[in-house]
Design a protein around this ligand. Structure first.
Ligand code: DX5
Ligand code: ZN
Length: 223
């Protein structure tokens, strides 16, 4: 599978959101990455259902919803109804992760788990067969535009080893500080979904920035 690019709407211009959504629609991006923050699990509040519904009205690509909220079970159905194709919850925010993932699947969504930078990959050992996507946070969640944490490469390799033979189709998504300077190395380590906020929206031409991330081609990957 070729890798997927998911621009993070958190870095979009909220006063001109429709314009940025259409830009993503027309670009080579694969998904919209949607960051939901509750001011409890992370020290920031992003946006909620009114904005998500507005995005969903215009978006023509799947919505990859990243829930940085406590007890996400309360809202899973609402996120499905707001257009989520993927719902990713945090390992650290779920007491009954297996149940939560089951509920996401029953809604017909891809079920994802995100882990914070300090959370070892190995905590996923007994759930790895059951998840569709693992999101490795390469910054402490809460804000866009932060510096990438280098230990992420090691976590990607450990995760691929853990999933090997048990979940070879696993989507391995990297979120935080991703850009043209590290994208290729992340893919080589085993990632196949790249989230990019600042690297896309701070670029002179966001649509070209997306293409550049998308066209790290297979020659480069096997080199
Ligand atoms: C951080 C969010 C990220 C963020 C990424 O908590 O989960 O998705 O928007 O932004 P950049 O790419 O700017 O680090
Ligand atoms: Zn995110």
């Amino acid at each position: 599978m070729t890798h997927l690019i998911a621009p993070s709407v958190l870095s979009a211009d909220f006063a001109n959101l429709q314009k940025d959504i259409i830009m993503i629609n027309q670009s080579e991006a694969d998904w919209f990455h949607i960051d939901i923050m509750d001011g409890m699990f992370v020290p920031n509040i992003s946006y909620g259902f009114p904005v998500l519904n507005a995005i969903n009205r215009y978006a023509t690509k799947p919505l990859d919803v990243h829930l940085m909220i406590m007890n996400p079970d309360r809202y899973l159905e609402d996120f499905k109804n707001a257009g989520a194709a993927n719902i990713t919850v945090h390992y650290e925010a779920c007491t009954h992760l297996h149940r939560t993932l089951g509920a996401i699947k029953e809604l017909g969504c891809r079920a994802g788990v995100a882990i914070n930078p300090h959370t070892p990959v190995n905590v996923l050992e007994d759930i790895i067969d059951y998840v569709d996507l693992v999101c490795i946070m390469s910054v402490n969640p809460g804000f866009g535009g932060q510096k990438f944490i280098e230990n992420t490469y090691r976590k990607i390799r450990t995760l691929r080893l853990l999933a090997s033979g048990r979940n070879n189709d696993l989507l391995v998504e990297i979120d935080g500080g991703v850009g043209s300077h590290n994208a290729l190395s992340l893919l080589k380590a085993g990632a196949n979904v790249l989230v990019a906020g600042n690297a896309v929206f701070a670029a002179n031409d966001p649509s070209i920035a997306i293409s550049e991330l998308k066209h790290l081609n297979s020659d480069m990957l096997t080199a």
